[in-house]
Ligand binder design. Structure first.
Ligand code: NAP
Ligand code: ZN
Ligand code: ZN
Length: 344
């Protein structure tokens, strides 16, 4: 099946319209008519080759929400008409220790939704397209009460923040700080608030303070103000860093309580400098976390359905994607651009 899509053709060229081929639905596969696809900063790091060289052309997008249009004969989990989502990966080896332990997002042979080779031997292509075919075991159910536009970003921004918040115990009595109020950051605020934690935002400025408070933040601080780091020393149990650029992480480690954890989810390409004493002196943890498993992604979607949590989105047409990329890079996003794929 030929479908319309938007592809990156070079690291420094605008994305452009194209068509791609989607395979026939296999026995255990579903075909989803994509309705909305979120723009994640990882899409931008990838197509601009900031994480390393890639093969062009490439169709990115791993925040996919749509409607099941066709199911293979062996499919048991989905029926035609279901609201369904796909996140950052479409398969894994299913045999390694991580896959068996339900940590398929950490499978060494996980197959990315894009920038990977699928089991059929062909390059995978992501959500900036009209249709996608995937194995039912890597497809998620989207709760009916969530609009598909506000649900799409949950498939990456939602799970990437839910997983560390859950793993490091965000909840009542815990002080959680979120660095950066962008796509991931605004989901971290909503989710940590829904989990019952006391939430602070650490943003570059106070420009988005009212938004942050509306999204569930109890406190909002500007990191451009040096006094923030003095006033908040030793304040937080957990800090989630969602920033796409390199920060002076040592300053932020100083905001942790004894035994606190700072979890890196932002993925700038440059290495971090961390002196041992920033960690050892207060038994602090500096950790990382990558998306979440399929099972945890479903758990997150169900949690969002129960708590009526969706993303704050700006729906755009295919023609606005390049402008949206530039706005994301300039921290001018409130808070996720989502492509209406009917405009492809
Ligand atoms: P985003 O929407 O661009 O948000 C990033 C936010 O970081 C900005 O809105 C801004 O917030 C802050 N920021 C940007 N540049 C900054 C700078 N130079 N100094 C200080 N703060 C800055 O990006 P996103 O889609 O949320 O993604 C964020 C990062 O997470 C990216 O690196 C992405 O690749 C990564 N990511 C990782 C995973 C994972 O599994 N670990 C999954 C998805 C994405 P303020 O304006 O509030 O300061
Ligand atoms: Zn992403
Ligand atoms: Zn595996």
């Amino acid at each position: 099946m030929q479908v319309n899509a938007i592809a990156a053709v070079a690291p420094d060229a605008p994305l452009e319209r194209t068509t791609i081929e989607r395979r026939e639905v296999g026995e255990h596969e579903v075909r989803i008519a994509i309705k909305f696809a979120g723009i994640c900063h990882s899409d931008i790091h990838t197509v601009r080759a900031e994480w390393g060289s890639i093969d062009y052309p490439i169709v990115v997008g791993h925040e996919i929400a749509g409607v099941v249009e066709e199911v293979g004969s062996g499919v048991t989990k989905f029926t035609v008409g279901d609201h369904a989502g796909i996140g950052c990966f479409v398969d894994s080896c299913r045999e390694c220790e991580n896959c068996k332990a339900g940590l398929d997002n950490y499978c060494a042979n996980m197959i990315g939704t894009y920038n990977a080779i699928g089991r059929d031997g062909l390059p995978t292509a992501g959500g900036y397209s009209e249709q996608i075919v995937a194995d039912e075991n890597y497809v998620l159910h989207i709760p009916q009460n969530l609009g598909l536009d506000v649900a799409a970003p949950l498939l990456c921004a939602g799970i990437t923040t839910y997983s560390p918040l859950s793993h490091w115990g965000a909840g009542p009595g815990k002080k959680v700080a979120v660095i950066g109020l962008g796509g991931l950051g605004h989901m971290a605020v909503k989710l940590a608030h829904a989990m019952g934690a006391e939430v602070s935002v650490l943003s570059q400025s106070l420009k988005k303070k009212e938004d942050g408070e509306r999204l569930g933040a109890d406190h909002y601080y500007a990191t451009s103000d040096e006094s923030t780091f003095e006033d908040l020393a030793g304040e937080f149990d957990l800090i989630v860093n969602t920033v796409s650029a390199t920060l002076d992480i040592v300053k932020y480690l100083g905001l942790l309580k004894t035994s606190g954890a700072l979890v890196q989810v932002g993925a700038p390409p440059e290495p971090m400098q961390v002196p041992a004493f920033a960690l050892v002196s207060q038994r602090r943890t500096l950790a990382g976390s990558m998306i979440g498993s399929i099972a945890e992604t479903q758990e997150m979607l169900d949690f969002c359905g129960e708590h009526n949590v969706g993303a704050e989105v700006e729906v755009i047409s295919a023609d606005q994607v390049n402008e949206a990329y530039d706005r994301v890079v300039h921290s001018d996003v409130r808070y996720r651009f989502v492509i209406d794929t009917s405009t492809l």
